[in-house]
Design a binder for this molecule. Structure first.
Ligand SMILES: [Zn+2]
Length: 345
């Protein structure tokens, strides 16, 4: 029943949003031989009859109001189910937080992207739906990557849109690799997706992309594709390059990509995180300041009771400022330009 409905319409996102709290697992095979399994609400696995060595996870809607990537992934899933797109790789597509998508909100009670790598079970434990979902998503990703044939290359692209505007519309967060070199081929892939700004993290994180990178050795990125807008108000032309490149990856039709040239990129290194320590924490710049904005050395950025935070380095830029975070959490991330040519493989 569900199988026939999905074969006809391809509307897995609609099915997910009609059952935000869970879907019974089921499986079926398309007439082109692609095997389809629904593992849960928002969790769909595809295995084509012949597939290459890439195990690809595409995720979206980890934040429920970030609609453009949700539309992009829903279109890909629809085209696979209705056999317009012939997969050439194993693929797991995740719609991260269906209940929040239904509400049109970033989260229901807690930021899902701060709950991975076991953070879902810390402190008070699995007390809300987001914590339970984070744990479930880890289990699904683990199941997907546990494929016996070797060698295999693992990928996870976690697609987002930022809350605020950005000096660079699209950017990727490269999780901390614990000293391993960054992968040139992945930077070339990001550039093909029209993502030319990359932020290199310098510490472990509770994000989905760090989890996939650290726990599974995946090439994993948080990719910010633009600014948050409601459903139907996204100009999908702005995502055309990301859409085309992802589809080419899935169908094994990627052309040879232009070789990495540092001049094509804005690479930033995390310099420091400014954490909120008291209720008096205050930002000293306008609310609508764009990500990657920089100010002259000495400029006052924030105050927290008696503490003053000023720009310390040439080119230091701010991202993800948010004075409303809980005490103890990061209120601004400060980054500095970096050259990485010598640390690539
Ligand atoms: Zn997000």
């Amino acid at each position: 029943m569900i199988a026939q409905q999905l074969r006809d319409s391809g509307e897995f996102l609609a099915l997910t949003l009609a059952h935000p709290d869970g879907l019974s697992p089921c499986h079926f095979t398309l007439s082109n031989g692609t095997h389809v399994e629904i593992w849960d609400t928002g969790v769909i696995y595809f295995q084509p009859p012949q597939y290459g060595q890439h195990d690809i996870v595409l995720s979206c809607g980890i934040h429920g109001n970030e609609t453009a990537p949700i539309e992009l992934c829903a279109d890909i899933v629809r085209d696979i189910l209705t056999e317009k797109l012939l997969l050439a790789e194993r693929l797991l597509v995740l719609f991260g937080n269906p209940a929040a998508i239904n509400l049109g909100k970033r989260e229901v009670t807690e930021n899902l992207n701060r709950l991975f790598s076991g953070h879902h079970s810390k402190g008070a434990g699995l007390i809300n739906a987001e914590r339970q979902r984070a744990k479930a998503l880890e289990i699904y990703v683990s199941r997907f990557y546990q494929h016996t044939e070797q060698p295999r290359q693992r990928y996870l692209y976690d697609l987002h849109t930022a809350i605020r505007g950005s000096r660079f519309e699209k950017f990727a967060v490269y999780p901390y690799l614990h000293g391993q070199p960054w992968r040139k081929q992945q930077l070339e892939f990001l550039a093909a997706c029209d993502v030319h700004t990359v932020l290199l993290m310098q510490s472990a994180a509770s994000t989905f992309s760090y989890y996939a990178s650290n726990a599974h050795g995946a090439d994993a990125f948080t990719i910010e594709l633009g600014k948050v807008r409601p459903f139907g108000q996204n100009d999908m032309r702005r995502f055309a390059q990301a859409n085309t490149t992802l589809r080419a990856l899935l169908t094994a039709t990627l052309p040879e990509l232009p070789a990495f040239e540092s001049i094509d990129f804005n690479i930033y290194d995390v310099y420091r995180a400014i954490n909120k320590q008291t209720q008096d924490f205050k930002l000293h710049f306008a609310d609508d300041v764009e990500n990657f904005t920089s100010y002259p050395i000495g400029t006052l950025l924030a105050t927290d009771g008696d503490i003053e935070y000023r720009v310390e380095r040439e080119g230091e830029a701010l991202i993800f400022p948010n004075a409303k975070v809980a005490i103890g959490q990061r209120a601004i991330l400060m980054v500095v330009p970096k050259s990485i040519t010598a640390h690539l493989k």
